[in-house]
Design a binder for this molecule. Structure first.
Ligand code: NAD
Length: 511
């Protein structure tokens, strides 16, 4: 394995429509997780690089003497770029999915699904002329009309996690750009190439230079964006501690912030559920993308007496899964880094120490791939106690926990008692029970016989509690609101036959 930087290419920032090395000397290695090898290094931007990226975005927003900037560009121009971008993306889905798999590790079919869900938001943004329409009230008073328009914020910052390097940035930037903002994206340093690829494609689609910029980096770049006076808003997705930090620091600096955090998603299985559907769903949602999804199911709450039968069904299905290189037809790929793999695997020791039973131990898996890949096979832990860190931590890997509960009420109390509120699902054939759950549960996204209830692009995505700081969800109507600010104009045009009604120092009233 090589860590020699001179032996690998270095990924530059994309600022003002061109690649640039920037001022910082710092870099980080980027791995192919299925090979366990460093394939490139990525630049880690400094505060000076943040200044350069934000200045480029600011210039593209403002234009010269108030003219030619993206902020004042016509709706037609923005829509034309979005349609073209969608067309280009659609034709090159496979290329994007392949880049994604080579740095993230998720299997190609899963990467293709990620790309498809990102394209959904681009398609939503193509409808911005309709979505961002204002409102008009004629004759609110004599000769007076009031209208509200939605204007862009200016330069917006997007900070994204490693687990969806294409989809999560696409939750935000199509809407930001279509509403007239300019963007600085700070992608995860673990799988950064997708961001540059998207930037080049936006340029090909006709987006003017500087409207979309990619600044690579780590905490220094994030802090630079949070502190920069010309950055109007921050859209963050990542772990809860960093989401909270970003929210507090960003809002303290006067910015609009939406910060989506971590999760621990529970699937509640009632005794009348179709257990084959439940087992398929638990395996798909627990081990897809090696469990590195914020909407992964990590806990199955089995209401008595279905536990034993369900565990058997899940174990049988797990036996059929192939773990290996995502380019080679495996069902599940590697984890993102060696350190993360070791941390996740460590929870299997914790499970044993805490009295749970490890039904399937993924540490023994022989992966269909290179020996140095960051492998951990699908793992199943039964009888997990709710005080164990296996239950309380967001493990973010292929470890599925089964918790036995005596009743619907006990399961619901566990879900509502946890710190997160991202996603959850109930499996039942009782419509009344499902409807009751929908209302009882304190979680932002709920599935009924659907294990990963990620809303479509025209409904907004976001959890409750420690899964989302701020009050704006991602994409959908909430996304349009987040990236625009409303201006209300009250206008009086006298009829040509009338004259001014004279002095009156009283507060204006409508008549
Ligand atoms: P992370 O919090 O480590 O990193 C997210 C971003 O923050 C990255 O761009 C990273 O460079 C930056 N960052 C990391 N440490 C920082 C620090 N100390 N100060 C400032 N910035 C910092 O998250 P990750 O490991 O990349 O992603 C996995 C996490 O993201 C999981 O917790 C997962 O649940 C969460 N996630 C949530 C959602 C959601 O919609 N709620 C979606 C995807 C992922």
């Amino acid at each position: 394995m090589t860590t020699d930087q001179t032996a690998t290419p270095t990924l530059d920032h994309w600022i003002a429509g061109a690649l640039t090395a920037g001022a910082s000397e710092r870099t980080a290695p980027v791995y192919d997780p299925a090979l366990g090898e460093v394939t490139k290094h990525v630049r880690l931007g400094s505060t000076a690089d943040v200044d350069t990226a934000v200045a480029a975005a600011r210039a593209a927003y403002a234009g010269v003497d108030g003219k030619g900037g993206w902020g004042r560009s016509s709706i037609a121009k923005r829509q034309t770029v979005m349609f073209k971008f969608r067309e280009l993306l659609d034709g090159r889905r496979d290329e994007l999915a392949a880049i994604l798999t080579s740095e993230h590790g998720k299997v190609l079919s899963d990467a293709a699904g990620e790309v498809a869900r990102g394209i959904e938001v681009v398609e939503f943004a193509c409808a911005m002329p309709q979505l961002a329409k204002g409102a008009y009230s004629q004759s609110v008073s004599t000769d007076v009309d009031v209208y509200s328009v939605k204007e862009p914020l200016g330069v917006v910052g997007i900070i994204s996690p490693f687990n969806f390097p294409a989809m999560v940035p696409m939750w935000f930037f199509p809407i930001a750009i279509a509403t007239g903002n300019t963007v600085v994206l700070k992608p995860s340093e673990k799988d950064p190439s997708v961001a540059n690829w998207l930037a080049a494609l936006l340029t090909e689609a006709g987006l003017p230079d500087g409207v979309f910029n990619v600044l690579h980096g780590d905490k220094e770049a994030v802090d630079g964006l949070l502190e920069h006076p010309d950055v109007a808003s921050i859209s963050f997705v990542g772990s809860t501690p960093i989401a909270q930090y970003v929210y507090e620091k960003g809002t303290a600096a006067g910015k609009r912030v939406q910060a989506l955090g971590g999760a621990k998603n529970h699937m509640l299985v009632l005794p009348d559920a179709d257990l084959d559907l439940v087992a398929d769903s638990a395996v798909n949602a627990g081990f897809g993308s090696a469990g590195e999804r914020c909407m992964a199911i990590s806990v199955v709450l089995a209401v008595d007496p279905v536990g034993d039968e369900l565990v058997d069904k899940i174990r049988d299905r797990m036996g059929k899964l192939v773990t290996g290189d995502g380019r080679g037809g495996a069902d599940m790929g590697p984890l993102i880094t060696r350190e993360h793999r070791d941390k996740v695997a460590g929870y299997l020791d914790v499970a044993t120490a805490d009295g749970a039973s490890v039904v399937v131990d993924g540490r023994g898996v022989v992966a269909d791939g290179a020996a140095d890949g960051f492998w951990l096979g699908p793992s199943l832990v039964d009888h997990v106690g709710t005080t164990s860190t296996v239950y309380t931590d967001e493990i973010f890997g292929p470890v599925l926990s089964i918790v036995r509960v005596a009743s619907y009420a006990e399961g619901l109390a566990l879900i509502n008692g946890g710190p997160y509120g991202n996603g959850t699902a109930i499996f039942t054939n009782d419509g009344g029970a499902a409807r009751r759950f929908q209302q009882d549960v304190e979680v932002g996204m709920v599935g009924i016989n659907v294990p990963i209830p990620v809303p479509v692009a025209y409904h907004s995505f976001g959890g409750w509690k420690a899964s989302l700081f701020g009050d704006a969800k991602a994409y959908g109507p909430s996304g349009v609101d987040f990236f625009t600010r409303e201006k209300a104009i009250t206008s009086r045009w006298l009829d040509p036959s009338q004259t001014s009604s004279g002095l009156n120092l009283g507060f204006p009233q409508n008549e």
